[in-house]
Design a protein around this ligand. Structure first.
Ligand SMILES: NC(=O)c1ccc[n+]([C@@H]2O[C@H](COP(=O)([O-])OP(=O)(O)OC[C@H]3O[C@@H](n4cnc5c(N)ncnc54)[C@H](O)[C@@H]3O)[C@@H](O)[C@H]2O)c1
Length: 318
């Protein structure tokens, strides 16, 4: 039987995610949105691209969650994106309301699904989905680190004029101004970038990575990035569906790992058929740990505002 992925939110990120999934023939896709006609229109348009792409993914749009029943994976992109001058944190209250509504429906129709959270502020929305769904932590994962490290990789490849395929990069921490890029774990064909670039160049690329989302928001003026975010969410879905056991930087609920307890923070995880199969712990320098703690504290501040540090509300749904 074909796999089924629901994408909630048929906006820029959601529709583009559906596009990547269908183009890779990973699964059938159901797009859901509150705007009448939008997911149906996007779904039909994508379905009509399939004969050209020679892909047999069925794509359907709906305003009704009944169409999403028994999805294997649900990718949540519903919410408001940033406008110029806004931080991701400015989206907190409005997207919390949207996330609560969406998670309730998703749990009702797809109680065994894996949740991939994309809406911002990312780590807090992932925590919201985890707490409200009552799903085990293996089945709730946030998308941020893959995007942040892809941005770093793109800048490194461009700087050194090498193939992006040669470049790996590691970014830890929350999705936002406190993200922690790790140059010593970032390599070109296995060579640490610290051997290939001077400190000032690395610092410049790190800063551009940290501000990578804002740079695009400033250019677009009416929304935020969506091609790379959608590609990143698709990579996570693919790792789960194909049981790839890929090590990817994702937001995961930590229970003491890296000295952090009860909070979603970006760390390397192994993604496979069981979802988060392992949280990979690497040794950090004192300075990196301090930066990670700072990042976690920033997530905790927002988590406390909306009160999603408490016990699961829909705990029976796991
Ligand atoms: N994690 C990341 O790295 C990352 C990257 C890019 C964007 N984002 C976030 O993803 C979210 C979506 O961004 P976008 O550019 O696609 O925005 P968008 O405005 O283009 O699309 C959002 C869609 O969500 C829909 N929506 C709103 N409330 C809903 C509800 N209750 N149920 C179903 N759908 C609902 C809207 O109608 C809209 O179509 C934003 O919060 C943005 O900040 C996160």
């Amino acid at each position: 039987m074909r796999k089924k992925i629901t994408v909630v939110g048929s906006g820029n990120v959601g529709a583009t995610t559906a596009h990547w999934i269908a183009a890779k023939e990973l699964a059938d896709v159901v797009l859901v949105d509150i705007i009448e006609g939008r997911p149906q229109g996007n779904g039909l348009d994508l379905l009509q691209a399939m004969p050209i792409e020679k892909r047999d993914s069925y794509v359907l749009g709906s305003n009704d969650y009944a169409a999403t029943a028994n999805s294997d994976i649900v990718i949540i992109t519903a919410g408001v994106p940033r406008k110029p001058g806004m931080s991701r944190d400015d989206l907190l209250n409005i997207n919390y309301k949207i996330m609560s509504e969406v998670v309730g429906k998703v749990v009702q129709y797809s109680p065994k699904s894996f949740l991939i959270i994309v809406s911002n502020p990312l780590d807090v929305m992932a925590q919201t989905a985890y707490k409200l769904s009552g799903f085990p932590r293996e089945r709730v994962v946030g998308m941020a680190g893959i995007l942040d490290s892809a941005r770093f990789r793109a800048f490194i490849a461009d700087e050194l004029k090498v193939s992006v395929e040669n470049v790996t990069a590691f970014v830890l921490g929350g999705h936002g101004d406190t993200m922690v890029p790790l140059p010593r774990y970032s390599t070109v064909a296995g060579i640490p970038i610290t051997e290939l670039m001077d400190a000032a160049t690395i610092d410049r690329l790190v800063k551009r990575t940290r501000d990578g989302g804002a740079e695009i928001v400033k250019l677009l003026k009416t929304g935020s990035a969506y091609y790379a975010p959608a590609a990143a969410a698709t990579e996570m879905a693919e790792a789960i569906l194909k049981d790839k056991k890929k090590i990817l930087p994702c937001a995961a609920y930590l229970d003491g790992e890296y000295g952090i307890k009860g909070l979603f923070v970006g760390v390397p995880v192994k993604l496979g058929a069981k979802g988060i199969e392992q949280i990979v712990q690497i040794k950090l320098t004192a300075d990196e740990q301090t930066q990670l703690n700072k990042s976690a504290a920033a997530v905790k501040e927002l988590v406390d505002i909306i009160g999603v540090g408490a016990t699961p509300v829909l705990a029976s749904a796991s």
